[in-house]
Design a protein around this ligand. Sequence first.
Ligand code: GDG
Length: 472
Amino acid sequence: MSTAEFVVVANRLPVDRGADGEWNRSPGGLVAALEPVMQRADGAWVGWAGQPDLDIEPFEFDGMLLVPVPLSAEDIELYYEGMSNDTFWPLYHDVISPPRYRRVWWEAYVAVNRRFAEAAATAVSDGGTVWVQDYQLQLVPQMLRELRPDLTIGYFHHIPFPAYGLYSQLPWRRQVLEGLMGADVIGFQRVADAGNFTRSIRRLFHYETRASGISVPQADGTTRVALAKAFPISIDADAYIELAQRPDVQARALEIRESLGNPKKILLGVDRLDYTKGIRHRMKAFGELLQDGRINVEDVTLVQVASPSRERVDAYMQLRDEIELTVGRINGDYDTMGHTAIRYLHQGYPREEMVALYLAADVMLVTALRDGMNLVAKEYVAARIDNRGTLVLSEFAGAADELGMALRINPHDIGALKNTIMRAIEMPGAEQGRRMRALRRKVIENDVDAWSRSFLSALASVRSRRTDAKGT
Ligand code: GDG
C-alpha cells in the first residue's frame, strides 16, 4: 500500500455508502476543513466505513486515500455504543446521565483502538504526521507512538473534558490519560477543558506542567513536552453565507414561515436528540411562557428539529419518550386549528433546509447543559446575512467563550431562561443588528479553516523542534 505524509484518524470515514453501493461524501465541517491539507500533503483518512463487518481495501476518493477499519456488530455494540456513547459521553458531559462502567466495553475499546492505531501506522510514511480525532480514539496517540516513534502526533477532543472530581470516577482513568499523552499536541475546545485535563495529569501522575506544556517522562530517562491547549473549532462560514444568499433558500424560508401560519416570531432549536442539549429545559420554559399567558400560539411558534441519534442506547430511547410526551402535552394544551405551539421534527434534513430554517427563525435557542462547542450556534450566526435575529446561548456550550454578544443563559435557571426568551422575542431591530454584526465578525474571522491551520501549525512547530534537536 502507498503511504501518506499526513493521516487523519477518526471513528468514521468522511463518506457514506448509498443504497446503490456508491460512496458519497458525508456532510461536515471537518472534511471541508481538512480537504486542502489532505490534497496538498497527499493525505489519507483512516476510519470505519459505517457498516458492520465491511472489510474492504483502501481506496481513492476525491483525491484522498481512504483506509477502512472494519468493525464487527459486536465491536459496534461494545466499543461504540457502550464504551464511547454510554461511558465516555455521559462522564465527559458532567454525568448529566449516569455513565456505565463495564469491563467488557473497556476491553473492546482497547482492542478497537489498537486496530485503528495499527491501520494508521501502516498508512503513514516515515516521519509523517497523524491527527487523531475525538473521544472514541483516546488510546490511539500512545499506541501509535509505541508503534512509530518517528511520527508527529496530534489529537483533538471535540467534547468537554470534565473536572477531576468527575473524571476520577473512571476505572481506567490512568490508562486514558496515558493514551492521550502520547500526542505531541492535545487540542481542546475551551481553555477550561485543557485546564481540567492538565489538572488530572498533575493529580494522577505528578508530572510537571508549565503554561500549556506537560513534561512526560520517557522510557529512556528523557522527557518529552506535550502541549495541551484550546483550539476552538468552527464552521465553514462561507458555505453557510453562500447558501443563505441563494434565492431558492430564501424563498424556502418564507414558505416555512407561511406554513406555520405566519406567526410574529419563530423560535428554533436544532440538535441531535441528545440529553446534553437541554431540549427538555427549553420546552419547559416555552410551555410555562404559554401557560403564564406571556406568549400565545398565534404569535409565537417553537420549531424543534431533533435529528435521530444513537437510537440503540437506552438513555437516548428514554429521552425520546420524555421529549415526545412533553411536546404532546404542550401541543395538546395550546394548539389551535391553525397554529401549533411546538413543531417537532424527529428527522434529519439537507443542509439547504437547515439554512432556510435559520433564515426563518427570529430567535435561535441553544440551551445545552454541556456541549464541547455547539456548531449550530455558529451556523445560525453565519446564515444571518441580514444581521437580524437573536441567539440565546447556554454558558455551558464552548461557543459561549467566543460569542459574547449572544444572550447568555444558565439553562437550569428556568425563570431566567423564560425572561431571556422574552427579551429575545421583544428585542428591537437596532439591538439585534448591533449584536448580530459583532457575532458574525467573530464567526467569519475564526472559521474552520483558521481552526485547522492553527492546530496544524502548532503540530508543525513541534515537528521542526524535534528535527532541529536531532540535527544538533
Ligand atoms: C460534537 C460536539 C462540537 C443536526 N441536525 C441536522 C444537521 N445537524 C448538524 C448541525 C451541526 C451538527 O449537525 C451538530 O454539531 P454540534 O456542534 O451542534 O453538536 P454535536 O453533534 O454534538 O458535535 C460539539 C462538535 O462535535 C464539533 O467539534 O461542537 O460540542 O458535541 O453542524 O447543523 N445537519 C443536517 N441535517 C440535520 O437534520 N444537514
